[in-house]
Every structure is written in structure tokens, then in C-alpha cells.
Design a protein around this ligand. Sequence first.
Ligand SMILES: Cc1ncc(COP(=O)(O)O)c(C=O)c1O
Length: 405
Amino acid sequence: MEKTPILEFQRMIYEIKGETAFSYLALARKLAAQGKRIISFGIGQPDYATPAHIREEAKKALDDGFTGYTETAGIPELREAIAWYLNSRYGAGVAPDEIIVTTGAKTAIFIAVASYVRPGDEVIIPDPSYYAYAQVAKLFGGTPVYVPMIFERGYGFKLDIEAVESAVTDKTRMIVLNNPHNPTGSVFTPEQLERLYDIVVRRKLILVVDEVYDNFLYGNVKFKSILEFPEWKDHVVYVNGFSKTFSMTGWRLGYLVARKEAIDRMLELAVTVYSCAPSFVQKAGVKALKGDWSPVGEMVKEFERRAKVLYDILSDSEYIEAYMPQGAFYMFPRVSRILEAKGINVEGLVKYLLYEHGVLVLPGTAFSEGAMGLNHVRLSFATKIDHVIEGSKIIVEALRELSRS
Ligand SMILES: Cc1ncc(COP(=O)(O)O)c(C=O)c1O
């Protein structure tokens, strides 16, 4: 059948792939609406309500009539609060006019990648990674170059710095790094980061760093922010947001940080895409940063407990290579033994767990267009401890059952 003009999209629209986590969220909700009980380790959003003092601030802003457009860069109060937060935590030396407030970290990623990637440019992305970086790169004619991470039994995933170095070519424009890392739950060591940073500086690349999980750290893990590196403003576009830390996923509030000359240019793109972040949400953002952080601390402590429980239960299965996550709220275990034994692919396994056992995990392919996707699943433990216990026991039993079938 001939296509109507309305279906004749430009080629890149066919090239990009949406967020699998959202498709499975919709599917799980549909099954739940049909009366099926689903335990979800799917989408990455804290199960906690946004803390009350933040909600109250948004209500107050609404009642005060603070409902109009704001500066595209964000209200000065919020940019000052973000600068204050980053400077007091990381000694970052950020000025308020080096910040753009965005509608979630996702929009910050869009602006960061869109601002630099030209047709033909290569963008180095660890495999696996959060899916959006590669899609925006492709949209602007770039080519994602995936560098597989290394799995170490008993430790988890590491960056392969030598492989990153050898992936750099004359066409390389950018490296994208997310730390702590979705989907593996890894936190990169200061030493790994220093070596990566050295490549960026030597090869004159842009480094986009997404630290949306920088408050989710477990055990004694040492986290070094990219904002602690010397002269980062010459190399780095920094992304962070409120969704995860303050359990504000639906509010859509994030930000990017870069040197002022770059910000001034990026603002032209930002105003064209979204005008500004919602005004009353920005007020709530100020409260989040400047107000009581104890709900965040309590949530993170609980997440660490869940991580341990999940690890302990999944470790019982010979079909799941579980490990203890160091940060974020994910585990990305390998499940290749069961896939090989049954001759099924990872999507088949995910559907089996969902339809036959009512447990949702995400296929590795949601985080990888490379090899890593094919034999891993991702579990988000941002869900109630009872669900973590029950759901992970079901998974262990379901895989045992499948292996015998
Ligand atoms: C690494 C990473 N960056 C960015 C985002 C998007 O966050 P936001 O809700 O602030 O757009 C996510 C959400 O899952 C993420 O995992």
C-alpha cells in the first residue's frame, strides 16, 4: 500500500527506538487492569511518594499563581540552589548562569547530545547503557560506537578503558558516561574515571556525564563526580535531575551544566524545544535542594537493604549471575545459561516470566544494541521489599521449572 504523506517520516525517525521500559510499564498496567497480579522489577522509578514538604511547596506556588512561563534557563532561585548544591557537594565551581533547568534529565541529554553531534560523528557509549544517548546521537546523524563493559564475578561491571581508547577514531566526537550506572548498578572507580578523562582531554572529545543516580550509593563505595576533575568546564556537559533523588519522576525536572558560552548557545535550542520547565515545579525543586534531605537518606538506606535481599535470593539460582550493585537501583545479571539450555532469546524469557509467573523484568536489549543485550535482564529494586522478596523467589523457581520443562 502506498504511504500517505503523513507517514513519510524522515529516515532518522525510523532509526530511533523508544524506551522499552515505558512499553513494558504500559503492558504491566494493562495486565493489572485485567485483574492479573504483576510484581514489577521494570521501570526505574522509586516507589516512594515525593516528600511532603516538596509537594507542599508546589501547591503553595500554584495557589500563589506562580503558573506562567519562566526564564528558559530556569528561575534564578533554582539555578542558585543547584549551583549551591553542586558546589557544596563537589566543589564544582558552578555559577548559576552555567545551568539550564530542563524538563527532566532526558531533555538535558537531548540538548547535550544534539548540540555537538554532527552527521558522521561517532559517539562512544558503554554497552550496556541507558538507551537515550544513542537514539539522540542517531537522530542527528551520529553513529553510536558501543564498548562492552567487563563483568567480573563477585564484583559486577567495569569500564574497559583500553577498549574505549582503541574505539577512538578521527571521527569520534563524544563519550557518554552515566555514573552510577543504569542498568548495571556499577559505580566507576576514581581511577577508571581518571583514565577515561585523560583520553577525553588528549583526544579533545566532549564528555557527557549523567549523574542522575549520584545519591544512590551502597556500602563503602567511593563515588567521584566528574565535577571534581580539573578544568572540567573545557570538556564536560553535565546532566542531573530530580526524578530519582527526590522521587519526582512525573514532575519532569532536571538540569544540565556547562561553561557559560556553551550554555548561551544551548539556550537557543532549549527555548525552541520546551520554552521552560513548569514554573511551580521549579519552586518545588528549590525546596527539594534546600529543604530536609532526611527522606532521601531513608529511601537510600531502604534501597540498599533491598539490593542485598535481591542479591541473596537470586544468588540461589544457577541460572542467574547475580552480584551486589554498588549504586543506582538496578541489577543486570546474565541469564545466558537458561537461554542456551532452552534455545530461547531474552525477550522470550521476559515474556515467560511476565505471562506465566506475573513478574516483570526488562530484557537487556532495552539497554543495548550490542551483544550485552542478548543475554542479560535488568531488575529495578525500586519496589517494596515484600515485592522484592516474593518476586525474586518466583524468578528463581520459574527458572528452575523452565529448565526442567
Ligand atoms: C541514566 C538515566 N538518565 C536519565 C534518565 C531520565 O531521567 P528524567 O526522569 O529526569 O528524565 C533516566 C531514567 O531512567 C536514567 O536512567
